[in-house]
Design a binder for this molecule. Structure first.
Ligand SMILES: Cc1cc2nc3c(=O)[nH]c(=O)nc-3n(C[C@H](O)[C@H](O)[C@H](O)COP(=O)(O)OP(=O)(O)OC[C@H]3O[C@@H](n4cnc5c(N)ncnc54)[C@H](O)[C@@H]3O)c2cc1C
Length: 234
């Protein structure tokens, strides 16, 4: 079922939702690299919490994929940071969108959210690879008082998407494929050489290999499973 206005997408709902799509107009597409771009669409007042995702697809295509919110809780639009996957069914179509184009959206939903953003005693470590930084951009934009360190694993310097957004000292680029960045190597190499205080709340997002490896490293450093949160993109 499709409708132009928003439906009641509720925070915390499970992902098994298929038929509650709404149509949203594209406001803009900001190209950050040859393959990565930010898609901004109308929000229609839908409720959303940073870290949640929505399924998105070109209207009428009949196929959609999940994308994490890049925008913050209070933004009047939804933004998604998307990496075009060559020969992919959805991401190349989204990259071709221009302002005014319709996209179908279901959600947002999901539980990869900050549990107690107003609790100033909590410290956070966010670990991302590539576009896995999207939910952390949402956290940083929604909760300016959050005490966090963000590790961003990328191959190339150009993939440090909008790094200027993060306050000084909060963002560490772990660059593995060329010299430069804040740390030379992968985010997991950084984790091994910089042990984490076991009281830290750790959020991992990106490709499955990094998430699995980082999870093991952090567990070995004494973090309890109740302080570890994961979101796997592919
Ligand atoms: C909860 C969740 C949140 C997600 N959030 C985002 C997001 O914020 N931004 C985003 O760009 N993607 C995100 N993804 C991935 C996204 O849903 C799609 O898988 C991706 O855009 C490819 O879809 P496609 O139809 O273009 O390619 P498909 O035709 O589905 O698949 C092509 C192949 O590409 C692989 N693939 C998927 N993503 C990547 C990648 N980044 N790099 C290399 N290979 C990849 C798939 O495993 C598959 O084998 C998320 C996935 C999940 C499960």
């Amino acid at each position: 079922m499709l409708s132009e206005a928003g439906h009641g997408g509720q925070p915390g709902k499970e992902r098994a939702r298929v038929e509650a799509k709404t149509v949203h107009r594209v406001q803009s597409v900001r190209h950050l690299t040859d393959s990565a771009f930010i898609l901004r669409v109308d929000r229609h007042g839908l409720p959303a919490v940073a870290g949640q995702c929505a399924t998105v697809g070109a209207a009428g295509s009949g196929v959609n994929r999940e994308y994490s919110l890049y925008s913050g809780d209070h933004d009047p639009f939804f933004e998604f940071l998307v990496k075009e996957v060559e020969e992919g069914q959805v991401s190349p179509a989204l990259k071709k969108c221009v302002p005014g184009d319709p996209v179908e959206l279901d959600g947002p939903y999901g539980r990869f959210v900050v549990q107690a953003p107003d609790d100033r005693s909590r410290r956070y470590l966010f670990v991302a690879t590539g576009v896995g930084i999207a939910p952390f951009h949402g956290f940083a934009g929604s909760y300016p008082g959050l005490d966090y360190l963000l590790l961003h694993g990328v191959r190339r310097l150009a993939e440090r998407y909008e790094k200027e957004f993060y306050p000084p000292g909060r963002y560490i680029a772990c660059v593995s494929g060329e010299p430069g960045g804040d740390f030379s190597g992968r985010a997991t190499d950084y984790l091994r050489s910089h042990p984490v205080d076991p009281q830290t709340y750790c959020y991992l997002c990106g490709n499955s290999a990094m998430v699995a490896e980082a999870y093991e490293i952090l567990r070995a450093q004494g973090l309890g499973g109740d302080r570890l949160f994961t979101e796997v993109f592919f």
